[in-house]
Design a protein around this ligand. Structure first.
Ligand code: GTP
Length: 240
């Protein structure tokens, strides 16, 4: 049974997005930390154990530096278990996506590519997708390197971060703000043909959004504007 939670802080009655919340679907295999990520963003707390999620929508209002008022988010925490798996409506619903894998679980990393292809097939326009490699605090259990994560994200035309939901609230907040800014940037770009003329460097894009605090020791790539490779081309490039 889908559930809904609401966290609204502050005395501001109106949000910057005028009652049209930013809808983010969080995807990824079971136990990669999707619920931990959502709960950490909304409550700042890391809570160790959760029941496996069926599907939960969180409504959350927070301030984003640079925006005049608070921003309303709606975050869909999806079920990672195969039997409850992804429906097209969960993808159609969203404005932007976070795909989570665990750096300690190669299967969850392999799943990222499949999820991105489902997003591409379902959405009829380019959308902001952030790939998050979680659990970097588990240094000795790491199975997926940062370079592999970066390479995959670049090939799939996505932004990328490695984080530890357990260790850092700042990283978690940054992830949500990053996907929010990517989404705003894409919307601006698609409604302003001039911006297609030259793609911007990551430094320039960061310059456009200097408000997002950028914790140290983090890798990030911006949304790339190259066409998405076909699956077979992509697979062979990974083996190079
Ligand atoms: N060490 C470590 N453990 C984490 C981290 N993030 C989440 N976990 C743990 O990973 C386990 C799974 O976290 P969940 O948030 O329930 O994972 P999920 O992806 O929502 O799982 P489903 O609901 O089954 O789809 C829990 O035991 C968390 O405490 C992290 O950054 N570091």
């Amino acid at each position: 049974m889908p559930t809904m939670t609401t966290f609204q802080f502050g005395k501001h009655k109106k949000s910057t997005n005028h009652g049209k919340p930013v809808k983010i679907t969080v995807l990824g295999q079971s136990a990669v930390g999707k619920t931990a990520l959502c709960v950490r963003f909304m409550t700042r707390r890391f809570i160790g154990e959760y029941d496996p999620t069926l599907e939960t929508t969180h409504q959350f209002r927070t301030f984003v530096d640079g925006d005049p008022g608070p921003v309303d988010f709606e975050i869909l925490d999806t079920a990672g278990q195969a039997e409850n798996y992804l429906t097209q409506s969960q993808i159609k619903w969203a404005d932007a996506f976070i795909i989570v894998y665990s750096v300690t679980d190669r299967c969850s990393f392999d799943e990222v590519m499949r999820l991105k292809f489902i997003i591409n097939k379902t959405k009829d326009r380019e959308v902001a997708v952030l790939i998050v490699g979680n659990k970097i605090d588990l240094t000795f259990d790491r199975m997926v390197s940062k370079e592999e994560g970066e390479k995959l994200a670049k090939s799939l035309n996505c932004s990328f971060l490695e984080i530890s939901v357990r260790e850092s609230y700042d990283d978690v907040k940054y992830a949500f703000l990053k996907v929010y800014h990517d989404m705003k940037h894409l919307t601006k770009r698609t409604s302003s043909p001039k911006l297609f003329v030259r793609s911007k460097s990551s430094a320039q894009i960061r310059g456009l959004t200097p408000e997002v605090p950028r914790p140290r020791e983090r890798s990030m790539s911006v949304v790339h504007q190259v066409p998405l490779p076909q699956m077979d081309q992509f697979m062979s490039s990974l083996n190079e």
